[in-house]
Design a protein around this ligand. Structure first.
Ligand code: NOJ
Length: 555
């Protein structure tokens, strides 16, 4: 793919930088722009086409940056606007596009708009940018409706009047510190158009649209009528009054018009949740978003029919609009693939934020959730095989930092957990910290070159010596070397070819694209390798592909 290609988002490898855990240059144990600038070469050497940087804007950090108080400032924890501009330029020089993260369903409760709304009377204009409503019950003591927050518990919090009495309630689909904006308000639309232009004018090539299916709420905010099965959270998108409401598409058309003002046009990639593949595909109509993360793949068990069904359904529905898929196995919201896919995990566990019980049982504070045992090794093998599969598929691939190192989920002791989900679930749901542990760069002990300071914001395991970027760069069989080879080969072997499935034994997938095929053995038995492989995800005897292994073959 060339830097000039305006349709680069059809087959890109997008590397997700979760900035607070990527690399630290200031010594405070939290990743920052300086750390990212120092390691742009790692992302370039991987062969990625773009970096998606999780929010770096001014934020009280209740949800680690997904609660923004000023969209035009960089949080001092991460650096300055000058540094951000330098990073954009350096990334471009390294051949990498830059995608930022637009969190526009909600602001922080410290955003001036929300402060102003709280200080205003019921029904006053500053409140109309959010959802303030009277409570139900004789004294307004009950939430206005039965909606649940994606982080668990009611989606409403009661505000206080300036003189301290209980006041109206406000809506938050996430934490109470993340009040939802009302996108039917013209000032909300105008402000986000201006914010998009602010960053696009600085050379940013694209935006990830956070919570893209939440930007419209059903008229009148009616009850959903669903009680959370786990007593905590409703994970249902069908006929929801708060997710995937049809009016949401007007917002994406507006964002697209702004992206299209630029030459080359800027790219929009959505975090979309919808009940069906066709509802998902609606977001990718030619005048809406360019692509969206394919989250259902993350929910699949290690099963050939399950993977194949998601792949086929996704590609069929996107083909209707000529839109490319973006394949994902992990992110800052998901249990690390190597842990999720291992046999004792709970593959397909509901919700993005659940860490499986197996990890809980075996967890040893400050150590990795895995113990180096046979089952854990299978998890790593599966994660590597799954990577070869998604890198062979048509469309984009989103790689979450550390995925190229095969990092496992980490067990974080209760006292150190930071994810608001943990607090809101009274500790029932551990949350997402286990996949957000700072990256190991080099050396034999924490902080593994992540920081010059003594501590990292989340503890790193003591047994990651062999997983550092440095150690894996020196090991021809490492996950990092496999990833680098796969990204390189993908570029030369897979063009814009569509996919077909070749006949294969039960539990085996054999995908064909052009003159290259990808064989993935998800069965419990070895299968014959039809030819000599270009790349294999793990050790294999001559002529055979063992279980939990994938190979690319020339046809
Ligand atoms: C999705 C983001 O990926 C997640 O990390 C965040 O907590 C929610 N949206 C709320 O912004």
């Amino acid at each position: 793919m060339s830097q000039q290609d305006p349709a680069w988002w059809h087959s890109a490898v997008i590397y997700q930088v979760y900035i607070r855990s990527f690399a630290d240059s200031s010594g405070d144990g939290v990743g920052d722009i300086g750390g990212l600038r120092a390691h742009v070469d790692h992302i370039r050497d991987l062969g990625a086409d773009a970096i998606w940087i999780s929010p770096w804007f001014a934020s009280p950090m209740v949800d680690h940056g997904y609660d923004i108080s000023d969209y035009r400032r960089i949080d001092p924890l991460f650096g300055s606007l000058d540094q951000a501009e330098a990073l954009i330029e350096e990334a471009h020089r390294a051949g990498l596009r830059v995608i930022l993260d637009l969190v526009a369903n909600h602001t922080s409760d410290q955003h001036p708009w929300f402060r102003h709304a709280l200080d205003s009377a019921d029904g006053a204009p500053p409140r109309a940018r959010y959802f303030f409503r009277d409570g139900r019950g004789a004294a307004g003591e009950l939430p206005p409706n039965d909606w649940n927050s994606a982080f668990g518990g009611p989606a409403w919090t009661r505000s206080r009047t300036p003189d301290g009495r209980p006041g109206q309630w406000y809506l938050h689909l996430f934490a109470p510190q993340q009040p939802d904006l009302d996108w039917s308000h013209p000032e909300v639309r105008a402000e986000f158009v201006a914010i998009l232009r602010f960053w696009f004018d600085r050379g940013v090539d694209g935006m990830r649209i956070d919570a893209a299916s939440a930007f419209a709420k059903a008229e009148g905010l009616p009850d959903f009528g669903l009680v959370p099965a786990d007593g905590f959270r409703v994970d249902e998108w069908r006929d929801s009054p708060m997710w995937d409401v049809p009016e949401v598409h007007d917002v994406h058309r507006l964002l697209r018009r702004v992206a299209d003002e630029y030459d080359p046009p800027r790219m929009l990639i959505g975090e979309v949740v919808a009940a069906t593949p066709s509802r998902f595909a609606d977001y990718l109509r030619p005048d809406e978003l360019h692509t969206a993360f394919n989250i259902p793949l993350v929910k699949q068990p290690w099963s050939a029919p399950a993977f194949r069904a998601v792949i086929d359904r996704t590609l069929e529905s996107l083909a209707l609009h000529g839109a490319p898929a973006t394949w994902v196995l992990s992110s800052h919201d998901e249990t690390r693939t190597a842990t999720r896919l291992r046999p004792t995990g709970r593959p397909g566990a509901p919700g993005a934020y659940v860490l499986d019980e197996g990890v809980r049982d075996e967890g040893v504070p400050h150590r990795t959730a895995l113990g180096g045992g046979a089952l854990e090794e299978i998890g790593v093998r599966r994660a590597r095989a799954a990577l070869l599969l998604i890198l062979a598929l048509p469309g984009n691939v989103s790689l979450y930092q550390g995925e190229e190192l095969g990092l496992p989920e980490v067990w974080i002791p209760d006292a150190l957990i930071q994810d608001p989900v943990f607090v809101r679930s009274d500790g029932q749901v551990r949350g997402r910290d286990g996949c957000r542990v700072p990256l190991p760069w080099s050396g034999a002990a924490p902080p593994y070159g992540f920081t010059t300071g003594p501590r990292t914001w989340l503890p790193q395991p003591t047994d990651w010596t062999g997983l550092t970027v440095q150690a894996q760069s020196d090991d021809a069989d490492s996950t990092l070397q496999m990833c680098r080879a796969a990204v390189r080969l993908r570029r030369s072997r897979f063009g814009t070819d569509g996919h077909a499935w070749l006949p294969a034994a039960p539990g085996v997938l054999h995908l064909l694209r052009g003159s290259t095929s990808c064989l993935v053995n998800m069965s419990g038995e070895p299968v014959a390798l039809p030819g000599s492989p270009l790349l294999v995800s793990g050790p294999h005897p001559h002529g055979e592909l063992p279980p939990d292994t994938a190979a690319w073959l020339a046809r």
